[in-house]
Design a protein around this ligand. Sequence first.
Ligand SMILES: Nc1nc2c(ncn2[C@@H]2O[C@H](COP(=O)(O)OP(=O)(O)OP(=O)(O)O)[C@@H](O)[C@H]2O)c(=O)[nH]1
Ligand SMILES: [Mg+2]
Length: 201
Amino acid sequence: MENSDLRLNIVMLGDTNVGKSCLLTRFIKQRFIEKIPFKAIEYQTIPLISFNKVVTLQIWNFMGNKDYQKTIPSHYYSKADGFIVVYDITSDQSFLNARTLWMSQVLKNAQYSYKVLVGNKCDLTINRSVSQLTAKQFSEIVGVENIETSAKSGMNVENLFLSLVDKITEKKLCNIGNDETDIVQFSSDKSKLLPRQTRRL
Ligand SMILES: Nc1nc2c(ncn2[C@@H]2O[C@H](COP(=O)(O)OP(=O)(O)OP(=O)(O)O)[C@@H](O)[C@H]2O)c(=O)[nH]1
Ligand SMILES: [Mg+2]
């Protein structure tokens, strides 16, 4: 295995209470912590193997206060390789804000980065108010990927982060696809999935 100093930057955005901190903790610590101490910006790093290289994934998670959004420094948009915009599938308001506030800001300021719209809390199916179809349609229109996760059950959390790293690393190594159509493939149809190239160290 080659040594590499590849550093990838991912930024997480979305309304307060949608579960961003829980998703990050689920991925980093591989468990669900119900109450995570509040921080305006959380920063975590994790070493991964991607395409046989050691990759350091750096993740910034911003608190979901709408006023705070206006103060996110522009270099976070320009330096990020990927964005995870989260809404809560039980909250129409969080989905509205994900589209009109968070994702629209990312689309405007970070044209060439990878973007995923994430519907979290998919374990709460009886309280669902945002349909998968509505989220899928919006994502297709704006050219971003879409996936549903549960930080609580762990569903799709590994898939979300590792598939995103797959795509970003592939692009960095091969310098391919510098355009908006080169989106992340998170197919729920397993037969369409390429073998994942990223794993934990
Ligand atoms: N049922 C369920 N609850 C979740 C899930 N993810 C998070 N929660 C709960 O949702 C609440 C908010 O989670 P956080 O991760 O703190 O939300 P956040 O998006 O980081 O919020 P801010 O830091 O204020 O922006 C907590 O009570 C979590 O326990 C999930 O997948 N399923
Ligand atoms: Mg948080």
